[in-house]
Design a protein around this ligand. Structure first.
Ligand code: FAD
Length: 442
């Protein structure tokens, strides 16, 4: 029998928290969304350039967006399943491109929040400080309004849904000798615009979407940009096609106190800046040991299907941990699942069975030779996972055109790294998607 309406705490009002709030309320529950920022949008709330106190560190008050950022997924693929990210008045559109600038995504998320009347559920400028289990009662959530002091106000909820994002706490590469290297180091989290790098020699570590974008952005003004990619063969030292001042190297071997940086092939560059585009760490500073989860080498452990810690399921859940995915539809499906499980409409296996599933998943990763830090990397099975969630919730599988368009974009990005956002070969899929969207746009 479905339970009565539950009082639920949702941490974060980014895309995941908004999706969760919508699905939880749709299921008849009463979610309260805690958001430390003054607005919804999370990652997509761009903050203008400012001098970060620690250019290598996190700052809770700003997201990781840079000024020039355009989406790396086409809008048809990226949007929520039944609230298409089309360039229309309904989504507040002002940038109709298929790969729009970041401002358009924020407008879309704001439109989503308005459309489903989510704003009244959000307590803005309120940070969750602690989440503590009260056996037999629920979960005590301590929160504090911005500007207030003290240990916060505590309230008890039936369950907590964690949607705090994972692009805030920088992961930094280890470089022998860097402590005596005299240049400046920073993390892409604190990168906004290329101008401060005018005429400088910049080394960018990483090969992800941010490293690719930022290296091109910086190369527009810098004297030289050198990308250090740990997966490139040691002998790599290539000028990049179409650029006079952009090189690809293998990883850095060491940094030296005369300002030089040596790559694994032995080549040496005198550099002004090392920028770490090396990703982020999962971080849940408000959770204690009673959450039963532990983060080690970027594995959030143990979680059944990357959502529920078996020991305390379903009273604690996590939306949005997987990466190398299409995030918004995945958030939506995870949220539907959590909402249905919380109301008792969808059943979870026993604790023991969930733990067995987690162990089997880890063994499979090991057999594939995947490092622990790739536990939540879904590059090989995001759609399998989405469709499994959909099946649990009695929802149709991900549309075939979305799967094909994601594959076409991945291929196009590899073939046209400089221009994939403006040139493509999948117009037929965009037509099919827009035909499909008509059912939601009446
Ligand atoms: P977030 O957006 O980070 O939201 C988390 C929210 O939780 C924040 O608002 C934060 O303030 C709040 N919060 C955290 N801790 C607390 C606390 N203790 N108390 C109260 N509130 C708290 N995705 C795409 O689909 N397409 C793209 O093109 C794309 N490009 C990206 C580019 C960059 C540079 C980055 C970093 C990410 C990109 N992503 C992209 C992924 C993007 O992160 C997701 O699309 C999505 O926005 C993540 O949403 P989230 O809700 O999980 O996290």
């Amino acid at each position: 029998m479905p339970s009565a309406s539950l009082r639920l705490a949702v941490v974060g009002a980014g895309a995941a928290g908004l999706a969760a709030a919508r699905e939880l309320r749709r299921e008849g529950h009463a979610p309260v969304v805690f958001e430390r920022a003054a607005a919804v949008g999370g990652t997509w709330l761009y903050t203008p350039p400012a001098t970060a106190a620690d250019p290598l560190g996190a700052a809770a008050t700003h997201s990781s967006l840079y000024a020039s950022l355009r989406t790396n997924l086409p809008r048809e693929v990226m949007g929520f399943l039944d609230f298409p990210f089309v360039a229309s008045a309904a989504t507040g559109s002002a940038d109709p491109r298929r790969f729009p600038g970041h401002e358009e995504v924020l407008r879309y998320l704001e439109a989503f929040a308005r459309r489903f009347d989510l704003l009244p559920l959000v307590r803005f400028e309120t940070e969750v400080l602690r989440v503590r289990r009260e056996p037999g009662v629920g979960w005590a959530v301590a929160s504090r309004k911005l500007g207030e002091k003290g240990s916060g106000e505590e309230e008890v909820y039936d369950a907590v849904v964690v949607c705090n994002g994972h692009y805030t706490e920088p992961r930094v590469a280890t470089i022998p000798g860097v402590h005596t290297w005299p240049g400046k180091q920073m993390h892409s989290h604190n990168y906004r615009e290329p101008e401060p790098f005018l005429d400088q020699v910049v080394i960018i570590i990483g090969a992800s979407a941010s490293a690719v974008d930022i290296s091109r952005d910086v190369a527009s003004v810098a004297k030289e940009v050198h990308i250090a990619d740990r997966s490139a063969p040691a002998s790599t030292n290539q000028k990049q096609p179409g650029y006079d001042n952009l090189w690809l190297h293998s990883m850095i071997d060491r940094a030296q106190d005369d300002g030089s940086v040596v790559f694994r092939d032995g080549s040496l560059i005198k550099a002004d800046v090392i920028m770490h585009c090396t990703g982020y760490l999962y971080d849940f500073p408000f959770l204690g040991d009673d959450s039963t989860i532990n983060v080690d080498d970027n594995r959030v452990d143990p979680l059944y299907k990357h959502v529920f810690p078996p020991e305390v399921a379903p009273q604690l859940s996590f939306i949005g941990l997987p990466w190398k995915v299409i995030p918004f539809p995945l958030f939506e499906l995870q949220s539907k699942w959590v909402a249905g499980v919380l109301s008792g409409r969808i059943e979870l296996p026993s604790k023991e069975e969930m733990m067995e599933d987690v162990k089997a998943f880890y063994l499979n990763l090991e057999a594939l030779g995947w490092p622990k830090r790739y536990t939540h990397n879904f590059s090989n099975y995001q759609f399998e996972y989405d469709d499994w969630l959909a099946e649990q919730c009695g929802y149709p599988p991900i549309e075939e055109w979305r799967k094909l368009m994601y594959a076409a974009t991945t291929k196009n990005k590899a073939a046209r790294p400089e221009s994939y956002r403006d040139e493509w070969d999948d117009d037929h899929l965009a037509i099919e998607a827009n035909e499909d969207f008509k059912k939601y746009l009446k």
